[in-house]
Design a protein around this ligand. Structure first.
Ligand code: SF4
Ligand code: SF4
Length: 428
């Protein structure tokens, strides 16, 4: 099919001439992109850390290549053709490049700004529109996930015939990777007699249903430390998916909701148990709001009363997967290791840093199934070398995606979140 210059594709959407007019008018944004890209000295030290570069061995699939594309586009030296935009779209936003860059290139801001600049007036694909609509409605999303997980419904929606039927709507992959819902004992909501403080707990969109066990575990651990845990109604998505897709309108509206609901309950600290949500909440949604966003493992490990937590022994070997957002954005892998070390007899082995991303990466696994599946295969290959009883990971997307991979392999290894493991061994 020939390329129509009046219709530009950007991985998820179709662009028209109106977008070009808006692009030309956005000179301040262009200058910002060019300035961010100008920080790159093209040393190439980030290349070996980039999962897509390692897979493709191509400069265009590297951080340096994407920075050069963004710079040339912003300076009007390059036309935003599909063959260029695909390389920006292929970025996992894992931020491994930003973490290792000696020149402190702000790659996260660069890719987010570039995607928004290229996409904010474009019509979005049906898949992205449906997902964007659903993540803003966690209750409805939860109800749909519950129905889809009834055993009969689950086997029907994941059947080959249904996959073929849903392929034209872009829903076949989403249903093939349908999250399983945990069985959960609801955490006590009884007030503490004299709490040491009040903290807010962020639930998320998919995680509000899929990580219910994590939220119950978090509540249990925090209450054992003496905190009152406030879970405001009406929370929505953290906005990471919207930012991944350059949809600043939705990201802004989700941020307004989050600041309002947590502001209404009067907490000054919001705790986050999914590393994929943490950076967006800290750097975008609650930035300059007066509400502090903390990574929950780091918060618990740093608590002055952490020694009051007593854990039963667990004579098991587990593998610890560090999500790229945990390593490169939240930076709490040390806190997770310190907390797990409090469980007597537990052997917790961290996975090697490579491949760096499991492939889930927000909705990346839906948009780029081949790359995502390759990264998942590599991650599980290293995770299962020692045949651990359990694999722990601190991000909801990684847990679902790797969990489905384990299920496909019929592996005996279970997957869970570090907080669930900690709470299951908690004595007090
Ligand atoms: S992003 Fe940083 S590490 Fe990568 S090439 Fe540019 S300056 Fe070097
Ligand atoms: S964010 Fe990750 S995938 Fe994207 S360029 Fe940087 S290292 Fe590569």
């Amino acid at each position: 099919m020939g390329f129509d210059p009046g219709q530009r594709t950007c991985g998820r959407g179709v662009y028209n001439r109106r977008m070009q007019a808006n692009v030309k008018a956005a000179s301040a944004v262009e200058e910002r992109i060019a300035a961010l890209a100008g920080q790159c000295v093209k040393c190439g030290l980030c290349l070996p850390h980039c999962p897509t570069y390692r897979l493709a061995a191509s400069e265009a699939e590297s951080p340096r290549g994407r920075i050069a594309f963004a710079q040339a586009l912003a300076q009007g030296k390059l036309d935003p053709s599909p063959s260029v935009l695909v390389h920006l779209d292929n970025c996992l936003a894992c931020m491994a490049c930003e973490r290792v860059c000696p020149s402190k290139v702000q790659y996260g801001e660069l890719i987010t700004t570039t995607r928004a600049w290229l996409c904010d007036t474009a019509p979005v694909s049906r898949h992205a529109r449906t997902l964007g609509w659903l993540v803003a409605r966690p209750r409805l999303l939860g109800a749909l996930l519950r129905v889809a997980n009834w055993p009969v419904v689950r086997s029907v929606v994941r059947s080959h015939a249904m996959q073929v039927l849903l392929r034209p709507f872009g829903l076949d992959r989403a249903l093939a990777e349908l999250p399983r819902l945990p069985r959960v004992q609801v955490a006590s909501s009884q007030g503490l007699a004299s709490p040491r403080g009040r903290v807010g707990l962020f639930l998320g969109c998919v995680a509000a249903s899929v990580d219910r066990d994590v939220h119950a575990a978090a509540t249990r651990l925090l209450r054992a430390l003496g905190y009152e845990v406030v879970v405001p109604h009406g929370q929505g998505c953290c906005g990471a998916l919207a930012l991944h897709n350059g949809d600043m309108t939705q990201a802004t509206s989700l941020g307004d909701v989050l600041r309002a609901v947590f502001g209404d309950v009067g907490v000054d600290t919001v705790l986050v148990s999914a590393s994929g949500c943490f950076g967006t909440l800290r750097d975008h949604m609650f930035a300059d709001s007066g509400i502090r966003v903390r990574e929950i493992h780091e918060f618990i490990a740093a608590d002055s009363r952490v020694d009051v937590l007593r854990f039963r022994a667990l004579p098991e070997r587990i593998a610890v997967h560090t999500p790229c957002t945990q390593r490169n954005v939240a930076g709490a892998e040390g806190a997770i290791a310190r907390l797990l070390a409090r469980i007597p007899q537990l052997q917790a082995e961290p996975l090697p840093a490579s491949p760096g991303c499991c492939g889930a990466a927000g909705d990346y696994f839906l948009r780029h199934p081949q790359t995502a599946d390759m990264l998942r295969t590599q991650t599980l290959d290293v995770a299962l070398v020692q045949s651990p009883q359990t694999l722990v990971t601190s991000n909801v997307g990684c847990r679902v995606f790797l969990g489905n991979g384990l299920h496909e392999r019929q592996a005996q290894t279970q997957i869970t979140h570090p907080l669930v493991l900690l709470a299951s061994q908690l004595e007090n």
